[in-house]
Ligand binder design. Structure first.
Ligand code: VG1
Ligand code: CO
Length: 540
């Protein structure tokens, strides 16, 4: 039986960088999740009888909202839903399922690296038929719809069993519960030299993978330990928990500190890695070396041909604008295209679909390729393992040789989290107004060469995305970028990205190498004055 339920619109359901993210109590308001899901469906055309993929990262509210989404999909005329067992699908695995089974699209329930639990974050994003995040045209339409929606449709389907793999029919719609790992593991096996990696583990190679009690646990157990023969215990914190054990499932040096300390201890394993809440990010730490995500993108691109899936070489590389220019040098050397996009994976979709780029990356620990249309944490880890197995060198040696060839882009991101929105907005608008007067000025011995607010012209569909981050370029190639986060759930988060290129000095300490630039950012933007903070909350 289908019910039509009257609802009043919420005005705060604007999807950000990756979908809608709010605190759990916000999502628990009457009709809140339903409003958004119905607005998604109302913004789509032609899905009658087609398949919708549904899954999430297992956080608090996951099962409840999945139940609502299935009932609403039935009431709105989808022919089938494919849902991960237990409600689980990592973001890249969902992308793969959408593509492999030619689904119309998918709903991925996650707030990614944000903490989970009854008082923490929840989120919903819609992915289109290519497996990637909905482009701005669709997210804007969804938002417009949320502001005027008057009713939603939901079917009474009785109890839905999410825990048993298999197919049932309810309310005229097929519900298929799928193994969340199987298709993804098969895809990884098709891209990488599992035999070489298996041999490396057999030879005593030691690795730690921290799943941070989030969605990659079951994937890492199956792929690393069962299929690649890594010893039991290689995957840590591998049971997904509704509150991620009370931690931030954000694989950075602050929230994955234990792993970092272990990798710098005297008896450190050979290789360490971690992923985030929904499994699309990666942290790479070799023995005694942290590889920044920007460097990792460059190093993976330079060595990708060593993996079977990329042996024909890369068509091009794409990176988000705040990501360091390290990958640009690799693209130049390989003689392939290099594309600079705004923050957020949705901007890579067209380049991947058009065959213009093979590998993409973001400074925020996101790397991926044309195998799916999302960034992919375990994929990056497996590509690293494949490269290590073939080159038979340590991650540290590979990184150092890379810098000797290409020079080094010292890079750091400073986050000012949960600052008052008013001050953060004022900082950006005042700076924006002064951009044209900056070139030629000298700050802390550095001369500004150019300054702008990044606008992206999509080379495939011609769309333009403006105000994507303020760039201040200095003579000599150093750079500052400032932008406001689109994924935070309370107040505003200001991100400052700092980069300095060094052709020869390869072993400086990062923060001291960047000290003048960090000082210049304060002088130019007045971060202290506008945010009331004298230091960032997170430095990565
Ligand atoms: C952040 C990152 C961005 C990433 C986004 C989603 O966005 O900076 O690079 O694409 O999170 O990542 P923002 O707007 O807060 O800077 V995740 O792991 O949610 O899917
Ligand atoms: Co994520």
């Amino acid at each position: 039986m289908i019910r039509t339920v009257k609802t009043t619109p919420y005005t705060d359901q604007k999807p950000g960088t990756s979908g809608l993210r709010k605190k759990v109590p916000v999502f628990q308001q009457e009709n809140y999740a339903e409003n958004f899901i119905q607005s998604v469906f109302d913004s789509l055309e032609g899905f009658e009888g087609k398949t919708l993929v549904i899954g999430g990262d297992g956080r608090f509210l996951n099962r409840e909202v999945i139940g609502k989404a299935i009932r609403m999909a039935a009431a709105n005329g989808f022919g089938k839903v494919m849902v991960g067992q237990g409600g689980i699908l990592s973001t890249p695995a969902a992308s793969n399922v959408i593509r492999k089974y030619k689904a119309f699209g998918g709903l991925v329930l996650s707030a990614s690296h944000n903490p989970g639990g009854p008082h923490e974050d929840f989120g919903i994003k819609y992915n289109i038929g290519n497996g990637g995040p909905a482009p701005e045209k669709i997210t804007n339409a969804i938002y417009e719809r949320t502001k005027s929606i008057g009713e939603y449709r939901i079917a009474d389907l009785g109890a839905i069993d999410l825990d048993t793999v298999g197919t049932t029919v309810a309310g005229g719609m097929t519900i298929e519960v799928i193994d969340p790992v199987k298709d993804y593991a098969a895809l990884m096996e098709s891209l990488f030299d599992f035999a070489a990696i298996r041999a490396m583990f057999k030879g005593g190679f030691r690795m730690r993978f921290d799943a941070m009690h989030a969605v990659t646990g079951p994937y890492a157990k199956e792929i690393l330990e069962n299929r690649l023969g890594a010893p039991e215990g290689t995957a840590r914190n591998f049971v997904p928990l509704e509150d991620f054990g009370g931690h931030h499932p954000d694989p950075n040096l602050v929230h994955a500190k234990e792993l970092y300390d272990e990798m710098f201890a005297p008896d450190a394993p050979d290789f360490g890695a971690a992923s985030d809440g929904d499994g699309d990010r990666n942290l790479i730490i070799g023995r005694q070396i942290f590889v920044t995500p920007s460097d990792s993108l460059a190093m993976l691109a330079a060595n990708a041909h060593l993996a079977p899936g990329y042996k024909a070489g890369l068509k091009g590389i794409a990176r988000s604008m705040p990501t360091s220019g390290a990958a640009d040098r690799v693209a130049e050397k390989l003689g392939i295209g290099m594309y600079e996009t705004p923050t957020g994976w949705k901007f890579f979709g067209n380049l991947l679909d058009a065959g213009m780029a093979t590998i993409c990356g973001e400074e925020s620990a996101g790397t991926g390729s044309d195998h799916v249309r999302e960034k992919d944490g375990l994929w990056a880890v497996l590509l690293w393992l494949n490269i290590l197995a073939v080159r038979k060198e340590s991650a540290k040696a590979i990184a150092e040789k890379h810098w000797q060839t290409y020079g080094r882009n010292y890079y750091s991101r400073h986050d000012y989290e949960e600052v008052a929105s008013e001050g953060a907005n004022r900082l950006v608008s005042e700076l924006r107004a002064r951009l044209s007067s900056l070139p030629g000025t000298k700050v802390r011995g550095l001369t500004v060469a150019a300054a702008d607010d990044f606008a992206y012209h999509d080379p495939v569909d011609g769309s333009v995305s403006e105000n994507q981050g303020i760039r201040i370029l200095f003579e000599g190639g150093s750079r500052l970028v400032l932008r406001l986060s689109g994924t935070g759930t309370s107040g505003a988060t200001l991100r400052l990205y700092v980069e300095r290129y060094e052709p020869e000095k390869l072993d400086l300490e990062t923060q001291s190498a960047l000290a003048d630039l960090i000082g210049a950012a304060e002088d130019i933007a007045g971060i202290r004055k506008h945010t009331g903070r004298d230091k960032p909350s997170v430095i990565t």
